[in-house]
Design a protein around this ligand. Structure first.
Ligand code: 0O2
Length: 272
């Protein structure tokens, strides 16, 4: 295929990857805005390069005119989770979506590959609208933890370097480190609740601080609150932020909310 034809061939794959990145990133944002824990930590996506498609076709003995049917990871999305349990949650989310049709699933999490590779693969058919009409694009979604991703990235580079002739010693080290990755993920799972709680508190505090600063800005600019009153509020905010508890910050934020909501009042009695 000529380069121009390749580019045309890959356009709907690029569209599918871009749309899916937007959808999954938006999902993460929705969880964050709702103050909820997101089972997805990072979203990545790529369209395979032409040389990588050709190399895979050669490796798998796929003729050039069969690439479209036989290579199903030309469009790829990678969803990175913090914990192994999150992988199941993400799989469930994808199964329940009406805009992605699952064509196959491979569970390399519970049955890792011989190499040590671990990840959950879901192949979907995803519809995009191009200027030539609708097209159903096959997309491979890989779901893995941060630790699994670290291993896979390193192993991928080494595999590329050794081109299928990986020295035995390195293979063995990789297998041993894959075992360490499973142990690490297991350890992290056992403290998942603590980590999630801590992250939740951090997020709550961040949302509260953003609200407070927004209210302060409004009081200053829109309601022309006096400089002295603003300074008092700011001083109290700094004191609570630096030395107070989350409860105190919550109470402060609620008082400021009430004050900002009451546009007619000139009284700052709640801070007096
Ligand atoms: P790239 O460059 O990441 O796109 P196979 O021939 O079995 O390896 P197959 O039949 O296409 O691959 O299906 P599978 O097993 O679902 O693998 C598809 C993709 O999963 C691979 O694409 C890799 O991204 C990833 N993967 C699978 N096995 C391994 C592994 O042992 N190590 C690493 N690092 N990644 C793996 P590509 O085209 O091989 O690579």
């Amino acid at each position: 295929m000529e380069i121009q034809l390749w580019r045309k061939f890959l356009v709907p794959y690029e569209l599918a990857v871009q749309e899916l990145i937007v959808k999954f990133e938006h999902m993460v944002k929705q969880y964050q805005q709702a103050g909820l824990y997101s089972p997805i930590e990072q979203v990545h996506g790529r369209v395979k390069t032409i040389s990588s498609i050709l190399a895979k076709a050669k490796r798998k003995g796929v003729a050039n005119d069969k690439i479209k049917e036989k290579i199903d990871d030309i469009a790829g999305i990678r969803l990175i989770c913090q914990f192994v349990d999150d992988i199941d949650a993400v799989v469930e989310i994808i199964r329940n979506r009406s805009d992605m049709t699952i064509t196959s699933e491979i569970d390399y999490v519970h049955q890792p590959k011989e190499s040590g590779y671990s990840s959950y693969h879901i192949n979907i058919s995803y519809e995009v609208m191009t200027i030539y009409g609708k097209k159903c694009i096959p997309v491979e979604i890989q779901i893995r933890t941060l630790a699994m991703n670290f291993w896979a990235t390193i192993e991928h580079s080494l595999k590329y370097k050794y081109q299928g002739r990986m020295p035995m010693e390195i293979s063995q080290r990789l297998m041993a480190s894959a075992k360490a990755v499973r142990a690490l993920d297991g350890e992290m799972s056992s403290i998942r609740e603590d980590v999630v709680d801590a992250q939740q508190l951090f997020r709550e505090k961040a949302v509260m601080v953003a609200d407070i600063l927004n209210n302060l800005d409004n009081l200053h600019k829109r309601y022309q609150t006096s400089e002295d009153a603003i300074k008092n509020i700011q001083d109290e905010f700094h004191r609570i932020y630096n030395h107070g508890s989350l409860e105190e910050l919550k109470d402060f934020s609620n008082r400021l909310d009430r004050l900002a909501a009451d546009r007619n009042t000139q009284s700052l009695s709640v801070f007096e």
